[in-house]
Write a protein that binds this ligand. Structure first.
Ligand SMILES: *Cc1c(COP(=O)(O)O)cnc(C)c1O
Length: 480
């Protein structure tokens, strides 16, 4: 495809600028020669060429509105357009971030209600909506944990993290100055309880646990895990990025979690990845409320107000209201589904993942064969051993069938991992067609392994050298 610069023809223009109704000022007068760019090499194209260029570019992209997107742990569910309509209301988009509290009552009320809904759904004492994404929420949560122990006068240097965890967990802990200790998984895909007992000392601030974990399993011994941590005065942190596995069924606060971060952009259906910004609210138990970021919303005789009057706070972690429009979309999702709808979404997410797991089980290795929650993890080990075909080749071949590949090579404890999260928004026909494609690919691995190694075969560019692309990205274009 030609670049827009290559399509440029001098003198073409896609807009007609209206007659000026103010006195003209030359650029030299306005900004002075020092700052004036003399060579501004902008593309010149007609409106139709401009429209075609960007429309064609967008068609080279893949999104959940185009096809099935089973990227495990990322929860690429369909994002209802009602959410977008609500977020686009002028009262939300037009409010100045510095507007007085008096002028922002409706928006503050929405934030306040959202915090209450989340407290209710997750069983926590309070929530902050400030963090801009999941990893940012983790950082906020760990900062609060750190402050909690400082306030108690306890020096705790370590955080325990299971070997199946998302890479952001150790990163967030290390950023706060904690030493990360790795906890082994048991053969069942859960926490190795004896290993946990041996690691848990009064030097450990917290266990950071993803539940269900990245293998898609709900921790069978979660109450025992909470007891072991709390018995030594430690805190239980929950990575709640993938909460659509238990909405309306289990509440982390009831189970014993002291802190939990959510990903509104996964669980509560707002576009993410290349499609939009995130939001990573953090919920805390009573013991940690004082450390929440400021400002917090308080309700006074004069209505809702921002207040910074919390002496033990960790401070601000993001400007203004957080990613407000993401919060509006997630709020709309919660309101439109209601309590029963959220529970139903969870049930369908779990059913869909188990459906895919059972259909593909005869064709791919399933290292942990038990009922899963929102996602299932296969291994491509059989295909490597029998046909020399790797998981990466299977993923690339799926593109030819019109699917976004699943998450691969994560979690790290599964060799050649293929992590599939269908989400609740997909029909049985879609799941059947996807499984059929996977089964065809398993057959091709035996019959024609080279085809998989060359895949994708139907895209504008075929197999790329990913290492070269990452190490020496060629993103500059110079006019010939
Ligand atoms: C996505 C994810 C994160 C990180 O969330 P971001 O919004 O990408 O920062 C953390 N933990 C788990 C389990 C996740 O799936």
């Amino acid at each position: 495809m030609e670049l827009i610069f290559e399509k440029s023809k001098p003198g073409r223009c896609a807009v007609t600028v209206p007659q000026s109704d103010v006195p003209e000022v030359t650029l030299h007068e306005a900004i002075g020669n020092k700052y004036l760019r003399t060579e501004l090499d902008l593309p010149e194209v007609a409106e139709i060429d401009l429209i075609r260029h960007y429309t064609n570019l967008s068609r080279r992209n893949f999104g959940v509105d185009l096809g099935f997107y089973p990227l495990g742990s990322c929860t690429m569910k369909y994002n209802p357009k009602a959410n977008e309509n609500a977020a686009a209301l002028p009262g939300f988009t037009g409010l100045h971030p510095y507007a007085d509290d008096d002028a922002a009552q409706g928006n503050l009320q929405l934030l306040d209600e959202m915090q209450r809904y989340l407290c209710n759904i997750f069983g926590m004492a309070a929530f902050t909506l400030q963090p801009a994404a999941g990893a940012h929420g983790e950082l906020t949560g760990v900062m609060m944990i750190k402050k909690y122990f400082e306030k108690k006068g306890e020096k705790r240097r370590r955080i325990i993290i299971p070997d199946a965890a998302h890479g952001t967990n150790p990163a967030s802990s290390a950023l706060c100055g904690f030493e990360v200790v790795t906890l082994r998984s048991n053969p069942d895909g859960g926490v190795d309880i004896n290993h946990l007992r041996s690691l848990m000392t009064r030097d450990v601030a917290a266990l950071m646990l993803t539940n269900p974990n990245t293998l898609g399993f709900f921790e069978r011994n979660i109450e025992e895990v909470a007891r072991i941590i709390h018995a030594q005065g430690g805190l239980l942190y929950g990575d709640g990025a993938n909460s659509n596995a238990f909405l309306g069924i289990a509440r982390p606060g009831d189970i014993g979690f002291d802190v939990i971060q959510l990903n509104l952009h996964k669980t509560f259906s707002t576009p993410h990845g290349g499609g939009g910004p995130g939001s990573g609210p953090v919920g805390v138990s009573k013991a940690l409320v004082d450390f929440l970021p400021i400002p917090r919303i308080v309700h006074t005789g004069k209505g809702f107000q921002w207040s910074g009057d919390f002496p033990d706070t960790i401070g601000r972690v993001r400007t203004f209201y957080g990613n407000f429009n993401v919060i509006v979309k997630a709020y709309t999702y919660i309101r439109s589904l209601g309590a029963h709808g959220l529970r139903h979404a969870t049930e369908m997410a779990v059913l869909n993942a188990n459906y895919v797991k059972e259909k593909l089980k005869p064709h791919f290795d399933l290292p942990y064969d038990r009922v899963c929650m929102h996602e299932c993890v296969f291994s491509g080990s059989r295909q490597v051993a029998e046909n020399g075909v790797h998981t990466t080749d299977i993923a690339k071949r799926l593109i030819d069938f019109g699917y976004h590949p699943p998450t691969i090579y994560f979690p790290l404890i599964v060799p050649e991992a293929i992590m599939i999260e269908p989400t609740e928004t997909e029909s049985r026909e879609t799941l059947d067609a996807f499984c059929e494609a996977m089964i065809i690919i398993a057959g091709e691995a035996k019959a024609n392994p080279q085809k998989l190694k060359d895949a994708p075969l139907t895209t504008p560019v075929c197999r790329l050298d990913e290492v070269l692309a990452a190490r020496k990205p060629d993103v500059c274009w110079k006019r010939a």
